[in-house]
Write a protein of this length. Structure first.
Length: 205
């Protein structure tokens, strides 16, 4: 992981009188948006599940789960669903005892946790899209190395368009934000699609 401060030069070169805390917040916010939209930050994990309720996810510092893309329990694929969907499709799912039937779904009741439905134990494997937390002070190495200049550009655009500041430049800020948006759109357009998106894929993480 790398300190967010490493990206400060990418911002202050375009807004020289910018206070450092404002720049860091802008970098963090833009990095969050970048990761959520482009889905470039992914982590895989393997968890031994003994309690299928509210399984804690993510041991990565300064990071949180955006969505779970794939999950399986003991090799059996799980479908990610919103709790409201399960209320309709599997009434009483929260009260089903462990081992009553084979696990089919993964859902979330609290942030950065998941619940296996029907309840079951075993080895949970998953791939998650990640983003920095709202309090993050570090970013993953690859994000700084590969996308740092664009994140810095987007952050500069954000701060330059802030109202009622002594460092604003809405015209330049608008240009930078459009460039940043165009960059994200290119990544989204070039993202490989291996299969059609699942209609029931939940985006509640």
């Amino acid at each position: 992981m790398r300190e967010i401060e490493e990206l400060l030069p990418e911002v202050v070169q375009r807004a020289a009188s910018l206070p450092e805390p404002t720049a860091i917040k802008a970098i963090r916010d833009v990095a969050r948006d970048f990761c959520e939209r482009t889905k470039v930050w992914k982590e895989r994990d393997r968890i031994t599940v003994s309690d299928p309720d509210n399984i804690g996810l993510n041991n990565v510092p300064d990071a949180e789960v955006v969505i779970i893309q794939e999950a399986s329990l003991d090799g059996q694929q799980l479908t990610v669903k919103d709790p409201d969907e399960l209320d309709v499709e599997l009434p009483g799912w929260e009260d089903v005892e462990v081992g009553t039937s084979a696990a089919k779904y993964l859902t979330q009741l609290t942030p950065n946790t998941v619940t296996i439905v029907p309840k079951a134990t075993g080895i949970l494997r998953y791939r998650a899209v990640m983003q920095p937390t709202r309090e993050a002070m570090t970013l993953p190495d690859f994000l700084v190395q590969r996308y740092g200049s664009q994140i810095g550009l987007g952050a500069a655009g954000v701060v330059l368009t802030l109202p009622d500041t002594g460092f604003g430049n809405p015209t330049l800020g608008g240009v930078l934000l459009r460039s940043f948006e165009s960059y994200i759109n290119r990544i989204e357009a070039n993202r490989p699609t291996l299969r059609p998106p699942r209609r029931t894929r939940a985006h509640f993480f």
